[in-house]
Design a protein around this ligand. Structure first.
Ligand code: ZN
Ligand code: ZN
Length: 417
């Protein structure tokens, strides 16, 4: 038998768990400082939820979704993204009622059958924010401010915020017509996908990955020139709130959103050092989503970021991240009787939340001392024949090699104070 991990997935080994825990903890702390509460949804949902929210013809649904049937023939999907499940929970739990929380954050694995490449996985971990229930431009800026505060708390320096407005449905319609006008002359030169997009979703022409299509982007009309008055005013307000919050940004009209439910503000966080996969987080307003999946018409805004790329970006800037936790105490007991007398000490230390280690496979004093040293513990507790007779313990500081004899009571007091 030769079992291997599925392609496009990875193990987070113990030596890496510290940094994963750290980036999650910091996100939790920052989000909560803005008054956001954690929501956890299942990793699978009815496949239809994503078909409705992402659109049946989207790449996610067509090519990337992990779909399965359960024993009763119901169609489910591993979640490819976090927003639709949160919105489903919001609607299902009537979280629009007063007193309900509508400032939400989540973290967890997402799944996409994607071609694995650097910074891209089939099971990947995202963190995200959803604010549901207001169209006030203040919240657009607040949601962006959370991500900026998070990156700042982690110490990431070389990151750029880019923002755009994709307008509302009626702005988008005007814009689509303008794009069709512009692209008509180049139609024969576009890739087959773009020729289809030209008819169905002209905005998608702008984010085609094919080089020969990209050249036409430079002179294409900008969505910003096709915003109606309300949408233009909203964007102006968002920028004013960002300015007042001291958040720097670049307006990039090329930020488009593939999905119809996105409205108005769209933004991305870019780390150039990451190369092809340089977007570490992205989001925007999705005022049309909640009604699209059966809720009341409710404005909302959010973003999602990827922990994998974030960790890569932190490593590129050589930002130190927590490694493995080291024991505070290593216990050394010589002989069977000493071992039994050491156990109450070991359990009391652990009850006090102290990381205390012991290895019964090592029996000689020399082997145990060596293990204590290589564990990089701060202290060793030594219980030999002589101490056993006297009813006390040796506490050795492994950094300074100083040692003293203490009663069990004094020993515990010393280590737990
Ligand atoms: Zn509009
Ligand atoms: Zn193309």
């Amino acid at each position: 038998m030769d079992y291997r991990i599925p392609r496009g997935t990875y193990d987070i080994l113990p030596e890496n768990s510290g940094k994963w825990q750290y980036v999650k903890d910091v996100f939790r702390r920052v989000a909560e400082s803005f008054g956001y509460f954690e929501i956890t949804t299942p990793v699978f949902e009815m496949a239809e939820l994503f078909e409705r929210s992402s659109g049946e013809n989207s790449d996610v649904v067509q090519k990337e979704m992990y779909r399965f049937m359960d024993q009763k023939g119901r169609s489910f999907a591993l979640r490819p993204e976090g927003t639709a499940p949160v919105v489903r929970a919001y609607v299902e739990n009537h979280m629009d009622k007063s007193g309900s929380r509508n400032k939400l954050y989540y973290m967890g694995p997402m799944f996409r059958y994607d071609r694995p490449q650097a910074g891209r996985y089939r099971q990947f971990y995202q963190y995200g924010i959803e604010f549901i229930g207001s169209n006030h431009p203040y919240y657009d800026a607040e949601v962006i401010a959370i991500e900026m505060a998070y990156l700042k708390a982690l110490g990431l320096q070389n990151v750029r915020l880019e923002i755009n407005s994709v307008g509302c449905a009626s702005c988008a319609k005007e814009y689509d017509l303008a794009l069709q006008d512009y692209y008509r002359q180049f139609l024969p030169e576009l890739c087959p996908d773009c020729q289809k997009r030209y008819e169905t979703k002209p905005r998608r022409l702008l984010d085609c990955k094919v080089k020969t299509c990209q050249v036409f982007r430079t002179d294409a009309p900008s969505q910003l020139d096709y915003l109606d008055e309300d949408c233009r005013e909203h964007f102006t307000q968002v920028r004013a709130y960002l300015d007042a919050s001291g958040i720097k940004y670049l307006v990039n009209p090329a930020i488009v959103r593939g999905l119809d439910y996105y409205t108005n503000t769209a933004f991305e966080l870019i780390v150039d050092a990451l190369g092809a996969q340089k977007s570490i987080a992205g989001g925007g307003r999705y005022n049309a989503l909640i009604s699209q999946i059966g809720g009341k018409d409710t404005p909302a805004i959010g973003f999602a970021g990827g922990f994998e790329r974030l960790l890569l970006a932190l490593e590129k800037e050589s930002i130190p991240l927590p490694g493995i936790t080291l024991p505070k105490v290593y216990c050394i007991a010589i002989g069977d009787e000493a071992q039994m007398s050491m156990l109450p000490i070991l359990s009391k230390l652990r009850q006090s939340g102290i990381y205390a280690d012991y290895n019964p496979d090592k029996t000689s004093f020399k082997a145990q001392m060596k293990a204590a040293d290589s564990s990089r513990a701060e202290f060793a507790i030594i219980l030999g024949e002589d101490e056993l007779k006297q009813g006390d313990f040796i506490l050795k500081n492994l950094m300074t090699s100083e040692q003293e004899r203490l009663s069990a009571e004094d020993l515990l007091q010393r280590l737990t104070q």
